[in-house]
Design a protein. Structure first.
Length: 474
């Protein structure tokens, strides 16, 4: 079994105790990582704080070169990273490779965007004054990331932070620290100065609390559950840290009567079953207009029945295992609740208990009502509940009736309707005839309780910058 060390101040660090990492496809332990706590969390901030003094003074052009070197090494080693990701997280290898490429696109994009952090001159009301605005890196950034995108949720934060001139301390999820530590290895090989990037594995609460209490940490950037996000935001208030949160979602997928059924089915398959339904922008609720409901449902069920469930390392797998047993139980309980309240199972409906992994069959439910748990809470699994609606207004109202506001999808061939519906949806991301909207150059983030701030695009770097106004008397 392999042991991975954590990366602090340019060194590979170990602790007396270790955490075990399992493969959700086999439930077998595949590696161990250090079980860091208070001490390691603090050492990492010491290193990041010290490194900030010099890193923040490098030019955007120098930082760009480092990011490009890191990009190249990740690109050259993408198969190894993808395989490690599949082993610890479960997603099919082709998806893991796709994630590595998506993750890496943040380096190339921010390597350039860092050069465009412009200031401003503001016209003064007096001839003997000059008013300037400069942008400064916020300082040490703490990034806490989830297991569903073991690489991309790190690079989406770290790339803009580094480009802006910040240094980072990262705590990856307990279930997927290996990908994070591989990324750190390539950061070291890329020659990124010690202390600029630190990855601490171990106890989330202990590490998180040290970072929350430390006044040298100026920003917390988090992707994960709404519950933990709210906790971090509350705790960050004590030292008035900047906070970016990318939390849960409950994405509606609206299919209008005038939709292209083939496109809609393809879109919903992509958005529902990616990562076995374990992404925060995965479709959670499918609203189909009455006139097209029968055709859409038939085609959808047919497409779902062709999806292959299996180990992510096997060729042709579309859906890998869920992350753990708790995830399987949650999916099962959402289905049971729906069935108890009158829903019908059109496909799947059960876990594959006879296998060695946490597998669950892709499931389609019809006759679903808005009162069912799966229509309100994030299932985070391969369950597609279908309900019908009569009018555009009804679809918008029901789609917006949620405390979440991350992603929404609408499929229609009518241009006016595409604009009307996408503008009325209270969501940070809307895919119109598009089930896969995430790209490095566009803003990703949610309305309402789905989060604060944006990652990606020029918005993503602003999150790591302070605005300084300089008034000059001449
Ligand atoms: P999920 O339900 O997807 O695992 P979590 O919000 O529990 O989402 O986890 C996302 C990240 O937040 C993980 O890295 C996890 O270790 C971390 N985390 C969980 N609880 C805390 C906490 N109290 N303080 C800091 N980080 C936490």
């Amino acid at each position: 079994m392999q042991h991975y060390s954590m990366y602090i101040n340019g060194e590979w660090v170990n602790t007396h105790n270790v955490l075990e990492v399992d493969n959700p496809a086999t439930k077998k332990i595949i590696a161990t990582v250090p079980n860091g706590g208070r001490e390691e969390a603090k050492t990492a901030v010491d290193a990041a704080h010290k490194a900030f003094r010099t890193w923040s003074k490098t030019t955007a052009y120098e930082r760009s070169e480092y990011l490009k070197r890191w990009f190249t090494l990740i690109d050259q080693n993408k198969e190894e990273i993808a395989k490690t990701m599949t082993m610890e997280q479960g997603k099919p290898l082709k998806e893991a490779l796709g994630e590595v490429q998506y993750a890496n696109s943040f380096f190339t994009w921010y390597a350039e965007e860092g050069k465009r952090v412009y200031g401003e001159t503001i016209p003064a009301a007096h001839s003997d004054k000059r008013l300037l605005v400069q942008k400064h890196p916020v300082g040490v950034v703490a990034a806490i990331t989830p297991w569903n995108f073991p690489a991309a949720m790190i690079t989406r934060k770290v790339a803009p932070a580094l480009a802006a001139g910040c240094t980072v301390v990262v705590k990856p999820a307990e279930s997927t620290p290996l990908t994070a530590l591989l990324l750190a290895k390539f950061a070291q090989e890329a020659g990124i100065p010690k202390g600029v990037v630190n990855v601490v594995t171990g106890d989330p609460k202990e590490i998180g609390n040290v970072w929350l209490d430390d006044t040298r940490v100026k920003k917390i950037t988090f992707t994960g559950s709404t519950e933990v996000g709210k906790y971090l935001m509350r705790r960050a208030a004590d030292t008035v840290k900047k906070v970016s949160l990318e939390l849960g979602g409950h994405a509606p997928f609206i299919v209008m009567d005038d939709a292209d059924v083939e496109k809609a089915v393809e879109g919903v398959i992509e958005s529902k079953f990616r990562n076995a339904g374990q992404t925060c922008i995965c479709t959670n609720r499918i609203y189909v207009q009455e006139g097209i409901a029968e055709t859409f449902t038939q085609e959808f069920v047919k497409a779902v029945s062709e999806l292959k469930v299996g180990s992510g390392l096997e060729e042709g797998t579309d859906i890998g295992p869920l992350i753990n047993d708790k995830a399987v139980e949650k999916v099962q309980s959402h289905i049971s609740d729906a069935v108890d309240k009158g829903a019908k199972i059109l496909a799947g409906g059960n876990a594959l208990r006879e296998t060695n992994g946490y597998y669950f069959k892709p499931t389609v439910l019809s006759g679903v009502t808005d009162e069912m748990v799966c229509m309100k809470e994030e299932t985070f699994g391969p369950v597609a509940p279908i309900t019908t609606f009569k009018t555009e207004e009804e679809a918008i109202e029901r789609a917006n009736n949620s405390p979440y506001g991350l992603a929404a999808y609408v499929f229609t061939e009518n241009l006016g309707r595409a604009f009307r519906v996408s503008e009325d949806l209270e969501y940070g991301i809307v895919g119109v005839n598009d089930g896969t909207p995430s790209v490095a150059q566009a803003p990703f983030g949610g309305f309402k309780e789905s989060g604060l701030g944006r990652e990606g695009g020029h918005y993503g770097i602003e999150e790591f910058l302070e605005v300084k106004y300089i008034s000059i008397g001449i």
